[in-house]
Design a protein around this ligand. Structure first.
Ligand code: G3P
Length: 227
């Protein structure tokens, strides 16, 4: 099975100024290492990267095409030629407009519509309870990202190794989804440890998007998961 390095560009300025170069570097490292290096650029860049390297969107709404201003539909993603999408990232959770509770029914609808359209689904979760719920929806991958560590220098693998292990076991035991982890992953040893703890790959944003030598960072992280 291929390991995964998913590079989330978020809405960083650098995503727009360096995004194509990052996609080219991702493609090169993917060939060198055999790791599935995937990029998730902003929506307006999807068409720029999709022919360079495996590209997914940063999110999708659960609605079908129609009168839904500013929504992103599965149809739009399919038309744009991307391979899939992230869903439920902690910076863009599926919530109800009133109450702010997580809308698992909407999330499930979105996953099912993407699946029917042949789009891969990478669903973020914040804890084990949520991981259990999402695993039952059988997305392509479930990604554990504790929000308090996102964007920082302490990796989830150092802060919560026990949870990473329990999460990876739980996903493998209860679903056919890939267990991925993210938040604060910056060093080769973080990526290596994620695999040792049972994950099949990592999600990284700031450690690559904000790095001067992003290609070296992509190479370090990818190589660490296969060596
Ligand atoms: O989706 C990945 C992301 O949330 C992790 O961000 O900056 O901690 O690598 P970062």
């Amino acid at each position: 099975m291929k390991r995964v390095l998913l590079i989330n560009y978020k809405a960083y300025k650098e995503a727009f100024t360096k995004g194509v170069d990052i996609a080219n570097a991702a493609a090169e490292v993917s060939k060198e290492t055999g790791v599935d290096v995937i990029v998730a650029p902003p929506f307006t860049m999807l068409k720029e990267t999709k022919d360079l390297v495996k590209t997914i969107a940063q999110g999708v709404d659960e609605v079908d095409p129609g009168a839904f201003t500013a929504h992103i539909t599965w149809f739009e993603l399919k038309q744009s030629g991307v391979a899939g999408t992230l869903l439920n990232h902690s910076e863009k959770r599926y919530t109800y407009s009133k109450g702010g509770e997580i809308a698992y029914d909407k999330l499930q609808q979105a996953i099912e519509k993407c699946k029917a359209a042949g789009l891969e689904t990478y669903v973020c979760v914040e804890n084990l309870e949520e991981a259990r719920k999402v695993a039952a929806m059988e997305p392509t991958a479930v990604a554990y990202e504790p929000p308090e560590l996102i964007g920082g220098n302490i990796s989830v693998t150092s802060a919560h190794p026990d949870i990473v292990k329990e999460f990876s076991d739980l996903i493998k035991k209860n679903s056919s989804s890939l267990p991925l982890i993210g938040a604060g992953v910056k060093r080769a040893e973080d990526a290596k440890k994620s695999v040792e703890l049972g994950a099949e790959g990592v999600l990284v944003a700031s450690g690559i998007i904000l790095a001067n030598d992003f290609k070296a960072e992509i190479r370090n992280l990818a190589s660490a998961m296969v060596n």
